[in-house]
Design a protein around this ligand. Structure first.
Ligand SMILES: [Fe+2]
Length: 354
């Protein structure tokens, strides 16, 4: 389900709609779940039975796997003029937000049949060239392929990454001026290392940049536990920016997947320079930074803008959209909008201007 809040002329319009994926339409018409969620849908024997039934349906031709078997509930991206709802278990779904504040699913985007299986939920847009870089993941070799989508939305040839010898869950990647960096996590190969906090297991990248020709800075939160892997402490800083950034805004993880507050870290000094907790029984989602001036060409201080999130009060059962001043050390409230429905914790969001 996608939740949206449209802010226009001093009014807020809230909407939620299911993204009409092939899986959703199939199951809505059938009236019961058919395809288990490939990333998080295996909880017991029933799901394994369901998976075996799906395999049987595919083999006898009752289920066309090419129409998609995944969901679109992990993240959003604005790629080549299209708003995409994404999950790495399927292709992107194109979404339209109407002037009235409604959400419409326009369809599954296979880039004129140039992409057959899946695409990352975290593509990176080059703000200068407007190109998008993304990857596909596969159980079979090659396990990773990297590709480029140009400004007009044309997907270019895939580059197979042959150095990845076994499938590893890669959720995000880093992009600098010259490099695309994929970090192989140890969730599959070395579960013990993840459980004990050893190794580098970044689920999300905060930002990378090149320091001259000799050094690449790669800022990411390191995952200590499997729980962290699924919902790690994380950021709202401009993803895929490929420029040096000074500040990171991180949600403070309380009980998975709830964030009890947020902090602002100065990456030059390593110091915490901002902090806010939402209060007793109040938990937020991912904090998201948005510049005050949406024109990227206008010079301004990096943190001149807002941090926004949804906060739910478990005592009163009320959810608010919270807009905070990013430069204030206390993240003072600029605006708060009470919503008619609860927005659940977790997953990603996006802010768009008209
Ligand atoms: Fe993510």
């Amino acid at each position: 389900m996608l939740h949206s809040l449209r802010l226009s002329n001093g009014l807020a319009t809230y909407c939620n709609r299911y993204i009409k994926t092939h899986k959703y339409m199939l199951e809505r018409d059938a009236g019961f779940p058919i395809i288990p969620n490939m990333l998080s849908g295996f909880y017991g024997l029933l799901d394994i039975f369901r998976f075996l039934m799906v395999m049987k349906r595919i083999m006898i031709g009752h289920l066309d796997i090419m129409k998609g078997i995944g969901v679109a509930n992990t993240s959003l991206a604005f790629v080549s003029g299209k708003l995409l709802a994404l999950c790495e278990s399927d292709l992107p779904y194109i979404v339209n937000l109407t002037q009235q504040g409604d959400i419409e699913t326009l369809g599954r985007w296979d880039f004129d049949k140039k992409l057959l299986s899946n695409m990352t939920a975290h593509p990176k847009v080059d703000m200068e060239t407007k190109e998008t870089f993304a990857f596909s993941w596969s159980f079979t070799f090659p396990h990773l392929t990297f590709f480029r989508i140009d400004e007009k939305g044309v997907k270019h040839n895939e580059v197979p990454i042959f150095s990845m010898h076994k499938p590893s869950l890669i959720h995000d990647f880093a992009l600098t001026k010259s490099f695309a960096i994929f970090h192989e996590t140890q969730l599959i190969f070395s579960l013990a290392k993840v459980l004990t906090g050893r190794g580098f297991n970044a689920a999300h990248i905060i930002n990378p940049w090149e320091n001259g020709t000799e050094e690449i800075v790669f800022v990411a939160s390191n995952v200590k536990t499997v729980k962290d892997f699924l919902f790690n402490r994380k950021l709202g800083i401009v993803l895929g920016k490929e420029k040096k950034t000074r500040y990171a805004y991180l949600g403070v993880l309380d009980e998975t997947p709830k964030t009890s507050g947020l902090v602002k870290i100065d990456l030059e000094t390593g110091n915490e320079v901002g902090r806010r907790f939402y209060g007793l029984g109040c938990f937020g989602g991912e904090p998201f930074f948005v510049r005050r001036n949406s024109d990227e060409d206008v010079e301004c201080e990096e943190d001149d803008g807002f941090v926004m999130t949804y906060v739910h009060n478990e005592h009163t059962d009320e959810t608010i959209f919270l807009l905070m001043d990013a430069q204030s050390p206390e993240f003072t409230t600029i605006a708060a909008v009470k919503l008619p429905r609860r927005v659940p914790y977790g997953f990603h969001g996006l802010f768009l201007t008209n």
